[in-house]
Design a binder for this molecule. Structure first.
Ligand code: ADP
Ligand code: GLC
Length: 495
């Protein structure tokens, strides 16, 4: 199914390689490339963070933006992404997106107090761009991602004079909601009628996420399991009622991965290339990694890795509690961690590394290169999550023959097949599940993994099945296309 004429504006706060703090960046970039491959005319839009401006290629002369919510001096910067050549527009208000610090935190690591204004301005500019107000062609559909773009579906409806572009809102994470005081709403200039206020109100505050969930024509979540989970109290973060009410318009679509980046046969950053039939390279990568990280160079030592945000979501606190027990059980066990997050957790993991020199390595840097080398050289990945909308890290690990140990929630449940006698015999097992959120639950999963690691045949079978699993974007991009078509017809019905 191809619809060459469909013009889609895909808006996200992060798009790899221009800006990234997590999986949203990878998912939005790779989905855009996959849609382009299906013949969709996809155009990306994001804030003009400094590194994004530096990387965009074929920049056209800037177009002046009108004052938005009292912010002046805005520019539209349009060009192409450096790797995939997809058209992209950056919304440039230097005072909002280029004043030092990170995407959401200021230079001191605090949440930026003006985040609501920053992303409201982006939504206004994106809305006007989608409507074709800057001598550009208007779009048929706007695909919004996470709370940063939550105001866009409602703006499209309140601002359009005739037929508005349809909107799809993808939930990458319900935990981040973009809350602000209700009395900020006049400043955000949303054009809401009084009887519409309840659709953005969340327990006395205004929620950008809820606005997106309420006003978008169609909703998606990044895995089928997560689409079900967010309709329950445990995973809905107070919005489960909204999700239940909109369940007819909610589709779970698994993220894919970009195999031109995340593959042990092509990664430019690893010591040796390998694939499922030629695994000598993985052994070489393990020794190189042990050397690089200052771990004891031992091909038979179990090497567990963690890559990700050090947060409650990722059960980093539980990992910290489990780690001393993991290390105490056998003297050759090793652990390497690459992750930034809560300061207290970062410090505690650092202390652990200094107490176990040669066995534990910890870095709080952010490094794509190092992440690749860890996936290539590690034996297994610990990925406990209290909730996990999709999770990309376990998918990357599997491609590199690194066995994921996961708590089966959300996308982790949908993508990792637990090693049971049955799945091992059938050759379909790709990882280990553990239930529960206690350190003892996690340790049970790790110990079960190490028992398999010590059985070379079982381990090879796990690695082979994990590496063979197809997580390409193609199927998912087609599923998005179906949702787009549904959104277009839903819009006509509600006109
Ligand atoms: P989330 O988006 O919830 O953080 P995902 O698993 O979907 O989880 O995506 C995380 C992405 O961020 C992966 O690409 C992972 O490699 C990357 N990542 C997280 N922390 C780091 C880090 N410190 N260095 C390099 N990459 C990291
Ligand atoms: C979010 C989720 C993660 C998902 C990513 C990309 O950050 O936490 O599970 O993989 O978005 O969709």
């Amino acid at each position: 199914m191809t619809t060459p004429a469909l013009r889609v504006l895909l808006c996200a706060s992060e798009i790899f390689p221009l800006a990234k703090t997590g999986g949203l960046a990878d998912a939005s970039a790779a989905l855009a490339a996959a849609l382009d491959g299906l013949g969709v005319k996809v155009h990306l839009l994001m804030p003009a963070y400094g590194p994004a401006i530096d990387q965009v290629v074929d920049l056209a002369p800037p177009v002046a933006l009108p004052d938005i919510m009292g912010h002046s001096g805005g520019l539209l910067l349009s060009g192409k992404t450096p790797d995939t050549g997809i058209p992209i527009t950056l919304i440039d208000y230097p005072q909002l997106y280029r004043d030092g610090g990170g995407l959401y935190l200021d230079a001191d690591g605090h949440e930026r107090p003006n985040n609501p204004q920053r992303f409201a301005v982006m939504a206004h500019a994106a809305c006007r761009f989608a409507l074709g107000e800057f001598e550009n062609d208007r779009f048929d559909l706007v695909h919004c991602n996470d709370w940063h773009t939550g105001l866009l579906p409602l703006l499209l409806k309140t601002r359009a004079v005739d037929e508005y572009p349809a909107s799809v809102f993808t939930i990458h994470n319900m935990a981040f909601q973009g809350l602000c005081p209700m009395d900020l709403l006049p400043e955000l200039d949303l054009g809401l009628a009084p009887d519409q206020l309840g659709r953005v109100e969340y327990y006395g505050q205004a929620s950008f996420l809820k606005a997106g969930l309420e006003f978008a024509d169609e909703l998606t979540a990044v895995s089928p399991r997560y689409a079900d989970e967010i309709q329950t109290e445990e995973f809905g973060f107070g919005l489960e009622g909204v999700m239940q009410a909109r369940s007819d318009h909610l589709t779970g679509i698994l993220n894919g991965i970009d195999r031109s980046v995340w593959s042990p046969s092509v990664s430019p950053w690893i010591h040796a290339h390998f694939d499922q039939d030629h695994m000598q390279g993985k052994a070489a990568c393990k020794l190189a990694l042990q050397r690089e990280l200052g771990l004891v160079e031992n091909p038979n030592a179990p090497l567990m890795i963690f890559i990700g945000r050090l947060t409650w979501q990722k059960m980093a606190d539980v990992l910290l509690e489990a780690l001393p027990h993991y290390l105490a059980l056998e003297p050759d066990r090793q652990f390497a961690l690459l992750g930034t997050g809560e300061i207290a957790l970062e410090e505690a993991f650092y202390r652990m590394a200094s107490e176990h020199v040669g066995r534990v390595w910890v870095s709080h840097a952010y490094s794509e290169e190092c992440a690749h080398r860890m996936h290539a050289g590690g034996d297994f990945l610990i990925h406990g999550s209290r909730f996990e909308p999709c999770g990309l890290t376990q998918l990357y690990a599997m491609q590199f023959g690194t066995i994921p140990i996961v708590r089966p929630v959300g996308g982790l449940a949908d993508t990792v097949v637990d090693a049971t006698p049955g799945t091992l015999a059938a050759g379909t097992a790709t990882g280990i599940h553990f239930a529960g959120t206690g350190a003892e639950d996690m340790l049970a999963g790790i110990n079960r993994t190490i028992a398999l690691y010590r059985c070379p045949d079982a381990w090879r079978s796990l690695q082979r099945a994990a590496m063979q699993t197809d997580f390409s974007w193609d199927t998912s991009a087609r599923a998005y296309l179906s949702v787009y078509l549904r959104a277009l017809s839903a819009r006509r019905l509600s006109d």
